[in-house]
Design a protein around this ligand. Structure first.
Ligand SMILES: [Zn+2]
Length: 285
């Protein structure tokens, strides 16, 4: 089989920030602090994060990045991923609104291996990034073009670390899969359970979480998951730890305009939209 895998040697651009004691940890589930002091607005957005979180969001390996496929290098050791991802007995998904994004926490064992990873990683949650009003909500861009939406599947190295909290600070602690979206004519049934849950979680102050149907994580991947970009980077939210082995799939996943709109407009009143991080080329416009 002609497996084409691409390795990214990337120049990582800086944008982020970091850390006070009252900050919300995006990987820790539903609890929201009384003061959510970072966001994506003029006064608390990515450009301000380095001040809000000194010494954290201004490192050398900050994400997201712009991917230039023609500048990537082929790496034969980047094999296909293997998912040990049932649903096993006990697997459950809970969707909530953490004030920054719609996030689904996974219960039960969902494991990720191969794909050039040296360890087995445990999937903890997945969440989404979308734009304020338009079609440019993805964080990673390809040739400086932003897709309308991006999904992040977050996993941690449970072979080496005791908890995701410990792993989040270690260089080989996290592996995140990034899936870019394109608008399709038809609804994508995979995302319907989540779309249906949104009205119940649209206000983060409700502190609601809604159980949704378990779908094997591998089903969320695009059709050719063996084609992907790889680079070393960071969390894209404070504290921006540089602990992420990033995978961004080359092929896009589908979502209909209606589904995307329910995320953008109907479902998230009270949420700070997860706009794309301001990357250098955006600032130049
Ligand atoms: Zn994310």
């Amino acid at each position: 089989m002609d497996v084409k895998i691409i390795f990214l040697t990337i120049h990582v651009f800086i944008t982020c920030i970091n850390g006070q004691s009252y900050m919300y940890d995006v990987y820790e589930g539903a609890v929201i602090p009384a003061v959510t002091h970072w966001g994506y607005g003029d006064y608390n957005g990515p450009e301000e994060w380095p001040e809000l979180f000194p010494n954290k969001c201004a490192g050398k390996y900050q994400s997201p990045v712009n991917i230039r496929p023609r500048k990537t290098k082929f790496k034969p050791n980047l094999s296909k991923f293997i998912f040990y991802d049932p649903p096993y007995w006990g697997a459950r998904y809970f969707a909530h609104n953490n004030g920054h994004t719609i996030q689904v926490n996974t219960w039960g064992l969902h494991l990720l291996a191969n794909g050039g990873l040296n360890h087995t990683y445990r999937i903890a949650q997945f969440h989404f990034h979308w734009g304020d009003e338009n079609d440019q909500g993805a964080e990673h861009t390809v040739n400086e073009k932003a897709a309308p939406m991006e999904m992040h599947i977050v996993s941690w190295n449970h072979e080496k670390y005791e908890s995701i909290k410990d792993a989040a600070k270690a260089p080989d602690g996290l592996a995140v899969l990034g899936i870019l979206f394109k608008i399709s004519h038809r609804d994508n049934p995979l995302f319907e359970p989540l779309i249906h849950a949104i009205p119940s979680i649209r206000d983060p102050d409700w502190n609601n979480q809604v159980e949704i149907a378990v779908v094997p994580i591998r089903n969320y991947l695009p059709h050719s998951p063996e084609k992907y970009f790889r680079y070393r980077g960071s969390l894209t939210t404070p504290r921006c730890y540089e602990s992420v082995t990033w995978t961004v799939f080359r092929e896009k996943q589908n979502i209909s305009k209606r589904q995307e709109a329910s995320v953008h407009y109907q479902g998230v009143a009270g949420t700070v939209p997860a706009s794309p991080i301001a990357l250098p080329w955006q600032k130049r416009r």
